[in-house]
Design a protein around this ligand. Sequence first.
Ligand code: C2E
Ligand code: MG
Ligand code: MG
Ligand code: MG
Length: 289
Amino acid sequence: AHAQRHRSRYLFFDPLKYETTTRRLKLTALISSAQFLEEFELHYQPIVDAKDKKLVGCEALARWCSDELGQIPPPEFIEVAEEIGLIAGLGELILQKACLQAAHWRTLAPNMIISVNVSPLQIVDAHFQQIVENALALSGLPACALKLEVTEQLMLHDEEPLMEKLRYLQSLGVRLAIDDFGSGYASLNYLCGYPFELLKIDQSFVRHMLSEPGRETLVRTIVQLAHSLGLEVVAEGVESNELSVLLTEMGCDLLQGYCFSRPLPPQTFTDQMLGGDSGCGTQVYSVGI
Ligand code: C2E
Ligand code: MG
Ligand code: MG
Ligand code: MG
């Protein structure tokens, strides 16, 4: 009995769990520090029209290179911010930054659209509509130039107030997109009831499409389903020209992926995508990876 107790006490110490917890604590401390605001930035990935591969907009993607820990993957620090109740504030900052950037780019490319990821917890926050309206008002960006991307995770939250909120945003002219479609656990019900206008097919379907015929069928079917419900379809994770051709043939409306460009820092985006006499409507040539 003694040995058993002894052993179970050893088992209690899980080195992997310890490491995870230590990193979490570290990230929590770092995110709450002023330093974070200096290290945090947004990069922007081009989104192109599938028909002619012309630039139509971009997705803002959060980046954090910590002086202490190096590059932190966005899903990791977003999750920490959610856990410690900082996501509303961080989300607001992201929204403001992205809207300001887009408003600036629209002076070079008048039709440019910006997509911003929003966490379900941000939307559930009582002030969310106001935060979106403020970001638009402060930047002067028209609502129709803003797309908000939310994952299916959102649908696990209570329905009525959420529906009202989304309808209100839609009434402003903001467009709503379902991100990572097919990767979550939500039922398909929300596709009909909620005011989504775009559907982004999860990368995992797109990326393995060429090697797994089953996935190709799945993507084809998702595109048809979305179109029959009146939704635009975006394919992300388009890494090769071959995929780009196939997705275009399937009827995807918009494409995004390393094949066109990786996410870029603002200045690089301006130089590469909006430089010279180009602008929105410029063809983004496949660059390969
Ligand atoms: P997401 O919204 O689905 O963003 C697309 C992710 O795919 C980005 O990863 C992008 O860099 C990556 N990607 C784009 N094209 C390709 C490709 O061709 N191949 C591959 N392998 N990857 C590609 P990233 O930037 O690491 O972001 C990961 C996730 O973190 C995002 O997924 C989003 O869920 C979350 N995230 C990023 N920025 C924000 C933000 O500002 N707010 C919130 N709430 N979440 C964010
Ligand atoms: Mg997204
Ligand atoms: Mg996605
Ligand atoms: Mg994702």
